[in-house]
Design a protein around this ligand. Structure first.
Ligand SMILES: C[S@@+](CC[C@H](N)C(=O)[O-])C[C@H]1O[C@@H](n2cnc3c(N)ncnc32)[C@H](O)[C@@H]1O
Length: 257
């Protein structure tokens, strides 16, 4: 039987790799890398470093092109376009497992942060497994997510005592506002800087970019126009300098406002 690992590699700091991840990396004979066509050299560099240090057994790296999504599809065609994209991705993963991994071998997909958070690898592998065309066992090695990293760097918890916390995207926050009954919202994938619409509402923001990397930037404080403007300016400068940015933030409503 083939064994597939989905390994969370942390969100930027090679020191975030767990001992469980190190063991799985050492056992892996074939690493599957999905090229999304937009990968940043820094991120690829971190993965190479991890493999150099921890892929201690005889192994090879197989790269495949991750199919592009048709983002230009009109809204009526949106759902079919996403279904088609998922199917094409599952086809690629299925082929990799069928053709590149010998029976009894260990293969691995490396996932940024924690595979359980805003990543499609688990969904796609589940789909391939359900097809039943390839016989393989698969397991997940959790990783340190950018959300854990953000909380640690700001030395705050994600929730207040006995209260819920919600993790969402910048797009949903911009479209739907702050969810009812939730005092803490973690926002990811926010190209629009949705926090700008929530100034002067008694919120506190804990913002972090390039967490865990040498370029890490942290800003925090009551979310007023001045701080929102400062985050926007710092973000724009860093993005222009490096050519890419990944940032995450926690919006917190407190009794003090
Ligand atoms: C596709 S999601 C992947 C999340 C990942 N699975 C995790 O556990 O962090 C990408 C988003 O994660 C956040 N992110 C990932 N790495 C980050 C980092 N090093 N610093 C800040 N935000 C990060 C950003 O919000 C980015 O838009």
């Amino acid at each position: 039987m083939k064994q597939i690992y989905v390994i969370g590699i942390g969100a930027g700091d090679p020191g975030q790799l767990t001992l469980q991840a190190v063991e799985a990396l050492g056992r892996t004979e074939v690493f599957f890398l999905l090229d999304k066509g937009e990968e940043k050299a820094d991120l690829a560099g971190l993965r190479e470093l991890i493999l150099r240090r921890h892929a201690t057994g005889p192994h090879r790296v197989v790269t495949a092109r991750d199919p592009d999504r048709d983002r230009a599809a009109p809204s009526a065609a949106y759902a079919p376009a996403v279904d088609d994209w998922r199917r094409r991705r599952a086809d690629v993963y299925e082929r990799l497992i069928a053709e590149e991994l010998p029976d009894g071998g260990h293969g691995a997909f490396l996932v940024w942060g924690d595979p359980a958070l805003y990543d499609s690898t688990l969904g796609i592998l589940g789909e391939v497994h359900a097809r039943g065309t390839e016989d393989f066992a698969w397991s997940v090695v959790p990783g340190v997510s950018s959300v854990s990293s953000l909380a640690a760097k700001h030395r705050v918890g994600l929730n207040q005592v006995g209260r819920p916390v919600q993790i969402t995207t910048g797009r949903r926050l911009a479209d739907q506002g702050l969810p009812d009954g939730v005092d803490d919202v973690v926002v990811m994938l926010d190209a629009r800087q949705a926090f700008g619409a929530f100034t002067g509402q008694g919120l506190h923001i804990y913002w972090g970019a390039y967490l865990g990397t040498p370029d890490e930037i942290l800003l925090a404080g009551p979310l007023d126009d001045a701080l929102a403007g400062r985050i926007r300016a710092v973000r724009a400068e860093a993005r222009a300098r490096k050519g890419w940015i990944m940032d995450t933030y926690l919006l917190r409503r407190t009794d003090e406002g």
